[in-house]
Design a protein around this ligand. Structure first.
Ligand code: PHE
Length: 352
C-alpha cells in the first residue's frame, strides 16, 4: 500500500482480516527520533478508506506527541475497523492475528491501548510474542491502563492554558466542561473536582455519566456542549469535534483536552485564536499516557516519577508554545507544529 500524496509518513499497511471481516490498518508516520509508538484503536468505521485515513492522521499526531516533549520515539498507530457486535472469541482471534502482524514488523511499530482497547487486549496481543506491547495488565507485567497518566497531562495542560488566558493556573473556582467520561475524562473530572473546579460532564453513555457525577461533576446533555458557557472546554472523547462552526460557537476561554485530533483542520485553530480562545494543541495536552507508558515500560521508571515528568514537561512545553505563538503572531497549533518540525529536523537520522 503506498501512502497517499497528502500523507508524509513512512509506511502503511491495510489488510482485511478474513475470519472477522475487520480491516487492520497500521500507519508508521516517522521513525526519525526512534521506533514508532502509538495506540491501537478499535471501533466501527464507514469503510476501509476511513480506517486507513484515521490511522495515518493519528500516527502523525503521535510523531508530534513525542517530538515536542523531546522523547526519543517516533509516531505510529494501529486501527482495527471492526464490524458491529464482534463476539469476544472473534475479538480475541482478531487481536492475535494483529499481534502476529506487529511481531512481523520487528519493532518498527510498538503499540499500547487507545479508544476501544484496554490492558486486557494488550495482554492478548502480547501473547503472540509481539514484544514491546505497552499498557498490559500489571498481572502480565505491564503498567496497566494509560488513561490516568493521560489525565495527569491534560490537567497540567489546563493549568498552563489557564495561566495564559487568565494569568492564573489554578483550576479552583473555574468551570470546566469535560466532553467524554471515559478512561481519560473520568479521572480528569475527578481530579478537577478535587482541585476545586466546577466540573460539567457530557457523555451519551449513562453509566459513564453516572460515574462522573459520583466523582463530583454535573451532567450536561451531549448536544448542548457547544452552547454551554464554561471557562475551559476539555474534549476527551473522539476527534473532529471542533470544526469552523463549533470554533465560532464555543463559549469558553480555553480549549485543552485529551482527545486526539479534536480540530477538523487549521481553520478551526485560526478561528479559536481570533476569538481569543487559548487552544492547547492536542498532541501536547494528550501526550501523558504515551509519555508515561514509555518511561515506565521502556525506561523502567516508577509511576510517580513518570507522572511528575508528564505534568512538568507538558506544562513547560505548552508555555513554550504559547510564547512562540505570541512572538510569531500565529495560533498555538501552528506554532507547536513548527516547533515539532524544528526538533525533528534537528535530530540525527535514527540509529535503531
Ligand atoms: N493511546 C495512547 C496515545 O494515543 C497510546 C499509548 C498508550 C502509547 C500507552 C504507549 C503507551 O497516546
Amino acid at each position: 500500500m503506498t501512502a497517499a500524496p497528502d500523507w508524509d509518513g513512512e509506511e502503511c499497511l491495510l489488510e482485511r482480516d478474513g475470519p472477522t471481516g475487520a480491516w487492520i490498518a497500521i500507519a508508521i508516520h516517522s521513525t526519525r527520533l526512534g521506533p514508532a509508538v502509538g495506540g491501537t484503536r478499535m471501533r466501527e468505521y464507514p469503510d476501509a478508506r476511513a480506517a486507513l485515513a484515521d490511522a495515518r492522521a493519528l500516527a502523525a499526531a503521535m510523531t508530534l506527541k513525542f517530538a515536542l516533549p523531546g522523547l526519543p520515539w517516533g509516531g505510529g498507530k494501529g486501527v482495527l475497523a471492526v464490524p458491529p457486535g464482534l463476539a469476544p472469541e472473534a475479538r480475541r482471534g482478531l487481536l492475535l492475528r494483529y499481534g502476529e502482524r506487529l511481531a512481523a514488523l520487528g519493532g518498527r511499530f510498538r503499540t499500547g491501548p487507545d479508544v476501544g482497547t484496554g490492558s486486557v487486549d494488550m495482554d492478548v496481543i502480547a501473547e503472540t510474542g509481539a514484544p514491546w506491547v505497552f499498557g498490559r495488565t500489571p498481572a502480565a507485567g505491564g503498567a496497566g491502563p494509560s488513561g490516568p497518566a493521560t489525565a495527569v497531562g491534560v490537567f497540567a495542560a489546563i493549568g498552563a492554558a489557564c495561566e495564559e488566558a487568565f494569568g492564573d493556573a489554578s483550576p479552583a473556582g473555574r468551570t470546566v466542561l469535560v466532553q467524554g467520561a471515559g478512561s481519560v475524562g473520568l479521572p480528569l473530572a475527578a481530579a478537577l473536582a478535587r482541585a476545586g473546579a466546577e466540573v460539567l460532564v457530557a457523555d451519551p453513555d449513562p453509566g459513564a455519566l453516572a460515574r462522573a457525577v459520583a466523582a463530583g461533576a454535573r451532567p450536561v446533555a451531549p448536544e448542548a456542549v457547544a452552547d454551554t458557557p464554561a471557562d475551559v472546554f476539555s474534549p476527551c472523547a473522539l476527534g473532529a469535534v471542533i470544526g469552523p462552526a463549533e470554533a465560532e460557537r464555543l463559549r469558553c476561554r480555553v480549549v485543552a483536552g485529551g482527545a486526539n485530533n479534536p480540530l477538523t483542520g487549521p481553520e478551526a485553530a485560526a478561528i479559536l485564536a481570533r476569538r481569543g480562545i487559548v487552544y492547547a494543541p492536542d498532541f501536547v495536552a494528550s501526550a501523558g499516557g504515551a509519555m508515561a507508558g514509555v518511561r515506565m515500560e521502556a525506561d523502567g521508571w516508577d509511576r510517580a516519577r513518570a507522572e511528575a515528568e508528564v505534568a512538568g514537561r507538558i506544562g513547560s512545553t505548552l508555555r513554550e508554545v504559547f510564547r512562540d505563538a505570541r512572538r510569531l503572531g500565529a495560533d498555538p497549533d501552528t506554532a507547536a507544529r513548527r516547533l515539532a518540525r524544528e526538533r525533528l529536523e534537528a535530530a540525527p537520522p535514527p540509529d535503531r
